[in-house]
Each structure stands twice: as C-alpha cells, then as structure tokens.
Ligand binder design. Structure first.
Ligand code: NAD
Length: 326
C-alpha cells in the first residue's frame, strides 16, 4: 500500500556557511555496522525523498564501511541538493591522528569512498583526544589548504566534553571553524548543551546536535554493549522505555519530538539504517514541530511526564572522554 505523503521537512541555516540543512539529519554511523547494506542504501534514498538533505559520516564508523555504504546511497541523489559531512582525525580501533599529512590523505580517501568530488563539511573528529594546540597550529591550516583546493567547503569540530567548545572563544582564529557538533548533550536525559547555545550563536557557529537517542540509550532495544553510560543512567533509560511502552508510545519518538523544538540548533542527527526508521523519525520530527498531527497526542503527553520523572535523578549524568587535560 502506498504510504501517505508527509509535509515538507523544514530546513535551518547552518551558522554562516550559507547551507540550509534539514532539521533531522541522517547520522550514518549505523551504516558501518553489521547491517543489510541494500536496506541501508535504500534508507539513504528514502531519507532524501522525505526531505532529509544532511548526511554525516566518518572514516571511524565501521572502520570506513559507513562512508562506503553512504557513498552508494548518495550516488543516487543530486549532488547540488545534498549537504555531506565527514570527519578527520579519528580512525578504526580508536586511533587518532590529526597531523597535516594524515588529514590531507584522509580527506582524499573519504572522497573516494563517498564517490564525491568535495564534501560540504569536514570536521575534526573528537578533538578532546588530541592537544588542542595541534588542532590550531596544524590541523586547521591543513584543512584550510584543502578548502582552497576545493575538496572541502566548510570546517567544523566535534566532541563530547562541552568545554571543548570554549575553543571558539580563545584559541580558534576567527572564521577558521564554521560548525560545532555536540553529541549526547541535548536529549531527554541530558540538556546541558542548552546553556552553551547563546555563546555558540554569538560566535556565529552552526550548531549540530548528534545522538538524540543518546547513542541508542533512549530506545526499546536498549544501547549497544560498548555504551559508556554509567549504570544508573542505563537503568533509568531502560525504565523510561518500559514507561513509554506502557502508554503505547515509542521512547525514540518522544526524544525526537522534544529536541527539535529548539530553533538555535540547525540539525539533529539520528543514526538510521532502515527505511522504516527513517519514516518513523521523520514523522516524529514533523509531529514535534507541530506540522503533522499525532494520533497519540494524549498518550504521548502522559508518557513524557512519566519519562521525565524517571530521568530526573540522572539528568546530565555523562562519562569521561579524551585526554585528561582537555
Ligand atoms: P543515536 O542517538 O542517533 O542512536 C542511534 C541508535 O538508535 C541506532 O542503534 C538506531 O538503530 C536506533 N534508532 C534510530 N531510530 C530509531 C527508531 N525510530 N526506533 C528505534 N531505534 C532507533 O546515536 P548515533 O547513531 O550515535 O548518533 C547519530 C549520528 O550522529 C551518528 O550516526 C553520527 O553521524 C553522529 N555522531 C557524531 C559524533 C561525533 O562526531 N563525535 C558522535 C556521536 C554521533
């Protein structure tokens, strides 16, 4: 049976880049996992057809597999209608190399896997794992040269500890970094990015919120075994999933509906690898923005109240990441 047409997915400006990105972005890390690759490629096309134009990956995801599978999906799409982001510096088996030489080779390797001539955004992947002096003195100048060659259009940084984003206040030369990708800090269980939004806006940085489902914590199937969240957070998330289900409501859907209301955040990245998830998440975003009626509105309100109460004691609980000095 043909599925109902959905309202248009809204787009927001990505800082000062001139790019307009869909409020829901395609997080491609699951494409690097043990998945049905044909379904993953179809999910990329489905996402585009439902209005998602922003795709994010990294050579780290699945030790380059995510870029390869995403590249197969993107080959079906018009290049001038998509915004593609990848990263440098973090690689398989958790190795890090932000040197100028590695970065220059890495971008070319990513372009080959993605089957693209340029990426719209290149990001230094998890800068808390290196000395920030190296990012300023070596990595950013190397990326600037790639920008001049036309291989990348804009430059960003990513990472977990929010204090790395103070980078924009002091160390980063003005205009050298266009975007900030934060993850797991603007979700139902952790809203700590909210306090930083006015500062990042003042610096005119494009803000990307990744891992809206806290890397799988806020799902009914639960997080992967490697998930670094402390036990009390894992237990509360599992209890929240049970509470949402008791109202007949999906916890991932509640999480998405709540996050997308913040207009200062250009795009929210969720990890997808099936067409079904794409459609569910697109609908959740449209419902969260009031563009699509939700048949379960009352149940969702009741479930949200329960979930908030369960997550309150672990609100903002996080885990360490990176070098101790950063
Ligand atoms: P996420 O919070 O988006 O959770 C993804 C998990 O949720 C996957 O297991 C997926 O199968 C599942 N899921 C998605 N939609 C669902 C639905 N409707 N119902 C049930 N389960 C659903 O975590 P993520 O994938 O880690 O983050 C999203 C993206 O953000 C990544 O793919 C990546 O592109 C980006 N990201 C970047 C960084 C960084 O740069 N340091 C860090 C984290 C995430």
């Amino acid at each position: 049976m043909a599925q109902a047409a959905l309202p248009k997915m809204p787009r927001r400006p990505l800082g000062q880049t001139g790019l307009e990105v869909s409020v829901l972005g395609f997080g491609a890390s699951p494409l690097g996992g043990a998945i049905d690759e044909g379904e993953g490629v179809a999910a990329v096309k489905e996402a585009f057809d439902l209005g998602i134009n922003f795709f994010d990956t990294s050579p780290f995801y699945g030790d380059t597999k995510s870029e390869t599978v995403l590249g197969r999906g993107l080959a079906q799409l018009p290049r001038d209608q998509i915004v593609v982001a990848t990263k440098v510096g973090r690689y398989g088996s958790d190795t890090f190399d932000f040197s100028a030489q590695r970065v220059a080779a890495s971008v070319r390797e990513s372009l080959a896997r993605l089957q693209l001539g340029y990426v719209d955004l290149i990001q230094c992947h998890d800068i808390e794992f290196t000395h920030l002096d190296q990012i300023v003195s070596e990595t950013l100048p190397a990326l600037q040269r790639l920008r001049e060659e036309g291989l990348v259009r804009h430059i960003g940084i990513t990472g977990l500890p929010l204090k790395i984003f103070q980078f924009f206040g002091g160390r980063a030369p003005p205009g050298a970094v266009d975007t900030a990708l934060s993850y797991c800090h603007y979700t139902l269980n952790d809203r700590s990015l909210a306090a930083l939004l006015p500062y990042l806006q003042e610096k005119q940085v494009g803000i990307i919120n990744a891992s809206v489902l806290s890397m799988g914590l806020l799902t009914h199937q639960g997080p992967p075994s490697w998930h670094p969240a402390p036990q009390p957070l894992q237990q509360a998330a599992a209890a929240a999933a049970v509470a949402a289900a008791a109202h007949g409501v999906s916890l991932p859907k509640l999480a998405l509906m709540e996050c997308v209301k913040e207009p200062a955040i250009a795009s929210h990245l969720v990890g997808f690898c099936t067409r079904h998830q794409v459609r569910d998440n697109v609908e959740a975003v449209l419902q969260g923005l009031g563009l699509l009626a939700s048949p379960l509105r009352q149940q969702e309100a009741a479930a949200l109240a329960d979930v908030r109460r369960i997550l309150e004691p672990v609100q903002g609980l996080t885990w360490p990441s990176g070098l101790p000095d950063n």
